[in-house]
Design a protein around this ligand. Structure first.
Ligand SMILES: [Zn+2]
Ligand SMILES: [Zn+2]
Length: 57
């Protein structure tokens, strides 16, 4: 079953087409990518995202 994911770093998943609504996500307001994976891993889409965590100081 197709679903829609955000690869902007928020790892958002939606059952319906739309845009990322996660505040602060690098792809906020961008269209979610369609995904048809069957194992819930989204073909490793989230693993490829190089997210640099903000350094707290
Ligand atoms: Zn996002
Ligand atoms: Zn998927």
């Amino acid at each position: 079953m197709p679903h829609y994911i955000c690869t902007g770093g928020c790892k958002g998943v939606s059952d319906t087409p739309g845009v990322c609504q996660t505040e602060g996500c690098s792809l906020e307001g961008h269209t979610l990518e369609e995904c048809n994976c069957i194992d819930g891993e989204h073909w490793g889409a989230f693993d490829e995202v190089d997210v640099e965590e903000e350094e707290g100081r």
